[in-house]
Structures are given as structure tokens and as C-alpha cells.
Design a protein around this ligand. Structure first.
Ligand SMILES: [Zn+2]
Length: 343
């Protein structure tokens, strides 16, 4: 496969005429706008004017020890309010120990990355559009995935719940073949994904290779469906244990019968739609590392909360990161993340 050839020394706001003394008027025109576009997209927090908005956010707890005994203590060069904790004696700001810790660029840049990801644009294209390095885009995706997971962890489906499984083929290099033919059916080449939706939220979980046991399904959905909800599913699947444990009323259908129905009359169509959203999203990131499958699933789920516009979702996630992130897995340090990925 052709590797993305990103030249590290290449500055993403450079033009071929940077060292030239005399530029033609058209070269000047292009250079002026090309640089301006870059500068607008990559303003520092200091010059972006965002501090004003960020300073309006209520900070009630120390980002180090969670004590409420905090006071304002001037501002940083970026214009962001500095807080001081009387309990632990440390200073902090709104980003400290969140996923945006050590953030020097404008926060809106991250929102743009988020939106690109939500719109299903590949990392490679996002990097090109935003003139970021591909590693920056990927790193930000990981942050979104962490925040999404943390948010989704508290989601409990209720009312009518639709459930099914789908499969994702392992990476090409991992395919087990039988004398050069692909294994068929629910082979060891297929990663099972459990998908559930109550029309407001979608939850999706990677269950490992091959057909999952009922026990595994019940364990992963433990406390994720409100008791006495109504479950709509395919009778071939191993959902019995789940429905019994969570006291669900079940409507299960023969899969052959379901196949004869069109989408409008299919009683488990909502979960089919959710599966389609997942496969579309994964299709936009072909060749993704399968050990990061759950990250991708979390991002699809957060991106498809019903009635949320993409901007609503980006706003919700930004607010969530700024308010709760110190509870959600601390900071993801850039270098640390890449040490892990390179292995
Ligand atoms: Zn403190």
C-alpha cells in the first residue's frame, strides 16, 4: 500500500516563492491568501479571542484535587484565567488535566477536526484540508474517541430497544485463509460487533472474533438497558440470557422471515440503520487498525445521537471535555500516544 508521504520539514503554509525577492502580482495574490488562510486556521489561543469565551465558563473545582476552595489568580499570557487552589496550593486553568491540556492553539481548530471526522472525511483528507500533520489529526481522533467513550458509558437505553450483531473483517494482513481461499461464514476472520439502539442513542461494542456467546452479550450490555424495556431482535442471536437478566420483554423474529421484508415493514430496521451508519463510517477509514475498532465505534455512536446536529455534537463534546475530562481518563499526552501506536 502506498504510504502517505508527509514531509516533516515541509511547512504547511510555505509557497514555492518564499525565498524569492520579486514576485509576480499573481504569485503575490496567491501567497497572500494562502498564508492568510493558514494563519486564520492556526491562530494561537492568545490571538484568537477565544479566552473571552472560555473565561465565561464556570470553574468550581480544582483540576488537581477537586477541592471547591479555589480563587481566581490573574491571567496567563493567553488571556485565560489562572485559578489557585487553597487546598493543594496549585495553580491551574480551564484546560489543566483535560484532553486539551497544554493547548496553545485556538480551541476552534479542534472543533474543525471534530466536524471533519463527524462528516466522515478521512484523516488524510482532513490533514490536507486543515494543513495539519496526519499524526495531529489522528491524535485528535483519539481524544474524541476517549471523550465519546466516557460520555457513552453513562448512556442507558430504554423503551423500545433494537439489537443485532454485525461483523467487521480483520485487517488484510491478518486474514486466515484455507489453501488461499477466504474462510467462509462467521469465521475467525470476522470481528463481531454488537449494536443496540433505542432511536435516541446507538451503542456499539466490539465482541472479538467469531460468533459471540450469549454470556458475553449479556455481560457487555449489563445495566445498559433499562429493566422492562422492550427488545426487538433476531431470534438466531444469542440474546436470551440478556433478556432474562435485564427483565426485558422480547420480540424476536426469524431472520429468514426478516429478509423477506422491505425496510419500512422490518421490525428491527432501526438497528439495521445503525449498522449501516457504522459500516459507512468504517468505510471512510479503510485500513484502520482493528485494535482501535472500539474507538471508531464510539465516535459513530456519539456522532449519531438523534436530533443532534453535528455542531450540537461538537459543542456537547467540547463542553464535556472542559467540564468532565479530568474524570474521563486524564490527559492523553501526544508523545505517550505515539509511543503506544508505534509498537
Ligand atoms: Zn487543589
Amino acid at each position: 500500500m502506498k504510504k502517505y508521504n508527509y514531509n516533516k520539514s515541509h511547512r504547511r503554509n510555505s509557497t514555492p516563492w518564499d525565498k524569492e525577492e520579486t514576485l509576480s502580482c499573481t504569485q503575490k495574490l496567491i501567497k497572500h491568501n494562502y498564508n492568510k488562510e493558514y494563519d486564520d486556521a492556526h491562530t494561537s489561543l492568545k490571538t484568537s479571542g477565544e479566552a473571552e469565551f472560555l473565561n465565561e465558563m464556570k470553574v468550581t473545582k480544582c483540576h488537581w484535587c477537586f477541592s471547591n476552595d479555589i480563587i481566581k489568580n490573574g491571567k496567563y499570557k493567553t488571556g485565560i484565567i489562572r485559578y489557585h487552589c487553597k487546598e493543594c496550593g496549585r495553580n491551574f486553568n480551564i484546560f489543566t488535566n483535560t484532553l486539551l491540556d497544554h493547548h496553545k492553539l485556538n480551541a476552534y481548530e479542534e472543533i474543525k477536526n471534530m466536524l471533519d471526522i463527524f462528516f466522515g472525511i478521512s484523516f488524510r483528507s482532513t490533514s490536507k484540508i486543515q494543513r495539519n500533520s496526519p499524526t495531529t489529526t489522528k491524535y485528535w481522533f483519539k481524544k474524541i474517541a476517549i471523550a465519546s467513550k466516557s460520555y457513552l458509558d453513562s448512556v442507558v437505553l430504554k423503551g423500545k430497544v433494537y439489537l443485532d450483531t454485525t461483523f467487521v473483517t480483520v485487517e488484510k494482513s491478518q486474514l486466515i485463509t484455507n489453501s488461499n481461499k477466504k474462510l467462509r461464514g462467521l469465521s475467525r476472520n470476522q470481528i463481531c460487533v454488537l449494536v443496540a439502539t433505542d432511536l435516541k442513542h446507538i451503542l456499539a461494542f466490539e465482541l472479538g472474533l467469531g460468533k459471540p456467546s450469549g454470556e458475553k452479550i449479556a455481560a457487555i450490555m449489563d445495566e445498559r438497558i433499562e429493566p422492562h424495556s422492550i427488545l426487538f431482535c433476531d431470534e438466531d442471536n444469542s440474546f436470551n440470557q440478556l433478556s432474562q437478566e435485564q427483565k426485558l420483554k422480547v420480540f424476536s423474529y426469524n431472520s429468514k422471515y426478516l429478509k423477506t421484508l422491505d425496510d419500512n415493514s422490518n421490525p428491527i430496521q432501526p438497528v439495521n440503520d445503525a449498522i449501516l451508519l457504522i459500516s459507512d463510517f468504517l468505510g471512510n477509514h479503510k485500513g484502520f487498525k482493528r485494535d482501535e475498532l472500539q474507538d471508531y465505534l464510539n465516535v459513530v455512536c456519539i456522532n449519531n445521537i438523534k436530533e443532534n446536529n453535528k455542531l450540537d455534537t461538537a459543542n456537547m463534546l467540547l463542553e464535556y471535555i472542559l467540564n468532565n475530562s479530568f474524570e474521563c481518563e486524564k490527559t492523553l499526552k501526544y508523545r505517550k500516544y505515539y509511543e503506544k501506536v508505534k509498537k
